[in-house]
Design a protein around this ligand. Sequence first.
Ligand SMILES: Cc1ncc(COP(=O)(O)O)c(C=O)c1O
Length: 488
Amino acid sequence: MALLGSKSHQLLSKIATSDKHGENSPYFDGWKAYDMNPFHPSENPHGVIQMGLAENQLCFDLIEEWIKNNPQASICTPEGVHKFRDIANFQDYHGLPEFRSAMANFMSKVRGGRVKFDPSRILMSGGATGANELIIFCLANPGDAFLVPTPFYPAFLRDLCWRTGLQLIPVHCESSNNFKITRPALEAAYNKAKENNINVKGLIITNPSNPLGTILDKETLKSLVSFINERNIHLVCDEIYAATVFSSPSYVSVSEVIQEMESCNRDLIHIIYSLSKDMGFPGLRVGIVYSFNDEVVSQGRRMSSFGLVSSQTQYMLASMLSDDRFVEKFLAESKRRLAKRHNIFSKVLEEVNIARFPSNAGLFCWMNLKSLLKEQTFENEMVLWRVIINEVKLNVSPGSSFNCSEPGWFRVCFANMDDETVEVALGRIRAFIGKETKKPAAMQVKRWQRNLQLSFSSSRRFDESVMLSPHMMSPHSPIPQSPLVKAT
Ligand SMILES: Cc1ncc(COP(=O)(O)O)c(C=O)c1O
């Protein structure tokens, strides 16, 4: 049952058939290539390695150990089944009180204990995806706009705009200035929107940044808070990578900054959080809106009925996240393992003379491959990207999908695979860059131009009958569900 024909479109709503979900981007080709030919160390050693997925799979052993040691935390074990009826029947959109307390406690621990969070301000949602949409539904009318510094998480277009009717106005940040969010860039974007009679309702930032893997310093955060205060617009801070900061300087949350600022209207400040990255639970769909605005808390709470976290999940996490010893050990070990992975990647990039944007957070590196572009254009970025997928067999993400203002940047994820796969991926990077940089530029280009299209072998040509793997349908992937998913 395909929903693609224009006749079917007439039967459906404008929202359902709009292309604002971003699935038609050429970027999606990379996911097709991966899905048709996924790497497996023994069964498919020449397959495509997925490096486009910002998942944190490095600490599952610690979680599994905790689950084994705490069978009473689940309602599906002999030790916990006595709570089954209560929990299965629980449906209050305030959430289990113990879950909200545990989340508040965890959020505080992740931010070094320097801020306390009030459990009564926590709103539940289906991951940060749902939380981001929820906050926009609370703050903006269709046609209103939010400013967003570039480069930014590609699915913001889907999450913030598709169903709400919001517009995003890019605030252009440049590599020459370390992608800093400057006051002049903010003012330029804001003033241009005003000249075009666009009602700017706020600014959204990700801190730590996806895709840069950097954190904002206190001074920048203060200047952003002042900027939005002067204009009486909102500041939404997506802090879902807060616990991935693996080396100094340490993380500063907006919640900490507003504690120190004398004049700040807290009603304008909202935090988005989830356990998808910091704990590595994207499948559990635990998202949070934490608003300092009472009205947003009460209106948003009613709206949260559309995306509650399952009570079974709340129940288990209430136990896990209030186990202080476990949480402290987990957070420390997770940082240690992320730092180790990041170092392994950085060393190889250094070895082959590939510049990487200096970072200390996140699940990815932001690589600078400008030197491999024939000309500094986004068309050439796509050419190179297709070579990387087709020949090197790595699915990395091109900067253009993050709305980066300069061609040549690529995001490469490093925490969604095991050590063995890392070695293969790094070997391929070494071989490719080594080979390419030894060639005269003209030869590199010639070969790349032959690769303008993704090549699929005739026996495995992609068509609508191909079933897509669960990974392709991941809501936290930059490109969400395929429109081509076949109904079963
Ligand atoms: C900045 C940012 N916000 C939100 C999300 C969505 O997260 P979730 O899986 O919790 O919906 C992602 C996922 O990659 C992200 O990078």
